[in-house]
Design a protein around this ligand. Structure first.
Ligand code: NAD
Length: 250
């Protein structure tokens, strides 16, 4: 299926994990994809593996000038934009509220929340130039249910719900559909870091409350993102799509 023939997508946090999987599926379905991240070597390699339809660029989502540069690059290279996936994010350290530093809290807000704001604001003109498009924001089940130790992360992921709704209402008249995805545990380096740090115990505890008893594969989430980015979801605006193996209803 070539749902994205002739279309151009910009994905943040695309050097690895879910962002890389979204880029791969989009290219398979005919899109040209700009993959932004701060992991330059990794992102460059990921884009090379996808061939000429993929291009990597350094895009720190907290930087207004990086967003300006990314929009110019997309415009100069491919002359249009149809899809933005605000996927970049960090899982802040698991600490109780009483021990959470202001710096750590601000860091989460900067990347997970301000990054999504800057991204949505930056693409409006280019998306509307050719008649509209789709924005997909990645939240988390932490944006629907709080958990001890996740104060900073949950704050930012709840914020994405509100940002998605307001943007969806404001941008619908311009032909831009904005929707939001709420993954449960996904088997990426966010929960399986390769630096020796282990979140295995907390993951195991989490999975006890997941009816499917396993984390999702990144591709399972990417398929939902592609649905929301495509015309198949033409009547979805400001909606919330959960993929959590049953966690929230357990
Ligand atoms: P990941 O850690 O593999 O990928 C996140 C990517 O974001 C990385 O490539 C990282 O370099 C990038 N990034 C971090 N800061 C950035 C910045 N300032 N600018 C640009 N890029 C930056 O994890 P993932 O699972 O692929 O995460 C993708 C999204 O899914 C995130 O928003 C995350 O919060 C969300 N999520 C993940 C899980 C999970 O269990 N893995 C669950 C729910 C939601």
């Amino acid at each position: 299926m070539q749902r994205f023939a002739g279309k151009v997508a910009l994905i943040t946090g695309a050097a690895r994990g879910q962002g890389e999987a979204e880029a791969r599926l989009l290219v398979e379905e005919g899109a040209r994809v700009v993959m932004g991240d701060i992991l330059d070597e990794r992102g460059q390699l990921a884009a090379e593996q996808l061939g000429d339809a993929a291009h990597y660029l350094h895009l720190d989502v907290t930087s207004e000038s990086d967003w300006d540069h990314a929009i110019s690059e997309v415009s100069d290279r491919w002359g249009r934009l149809d899809v933005l996936v605000n996927n970049a994010g960090i899982a802040a350290a698991n600490v109780p509220l009483a021990e959470l530093s202001l710096d750590e809290y601000r860091r989460s807000i900067e990347i997970n929340q301000i990054g999504v704001f800057l991204g949505m604001r930056a693409v409006i003109f280019l998306l509307t130039k050719d008649g509209g498009g789709a924005i997909v924001n990645i939240s988390s089940t932490a944006g629907m249910r709080g958990k001890p130790g996740r104060f900073a992360y949950s704050s930012t992921k709840y914020a994405i719900r509100g940002m998605t709704q307001v943007a969806a209402l404001e941008l619908a008249p311009l032909g831009i559909r904005v929707n939001c995805v709420f993954p449960g545990a996904v088997a990426t380096e966010m929960i399986f870091p390769d630096n020796g740090e282990s979140r295995a115990a907390s993951l195991e505890k989490h999975l006890e409350r997941v009816p499917l008893r396993r984390p999702a594969d990144a591709t399972e989430l990417a398929r939902i993102v592609l649905f929301l980015a495509s015309e198949e979801s033409s009547y979805c605006i400001g909606s919330e799509f959960v993929a959590d193996g049953g966690f929230l209803c357990s």
